[in-house]
Write a new protein. Sequence first.
Length: 131
Amino acid sequence: MIVDGQNLFLLPDEYELVVDVPFDDDVAIAMMPSGGFVVLDTAVTPELAAEGLARDVVRAVQQARKDAGLEVTDRIRLSLAGDADAVAAIRAHRELIAGETLATDLAVGEAEGGVVPVGEGSVVTIEVSRA
């Protein structure tokens, strides 16, 4: 460490490393064998929750593709419907969903198909066909 422009070298027994962060449900701390530590903010913001929901929609669409007998490389037309949280996440992450599922057309709001649970308490209806 540099103090007043001078290099200061401390031996391990000459200092104490103290982690001074509030311990609550949104903080995770890991002590490293080397003596360091990592502090993570684990709070889930509404933006992160929407992205997680959109990624779960991608998973559900991939399963629907498989169930429909489509090849991994097939381009698809995709229609999605769902509850308010799911629709908001789909609209916010439309490009991610289309890109990950190879959808050339993505309609949001109306779909005929089975209801699939996604995220924590949301549902979507998925309609998929070869483009």
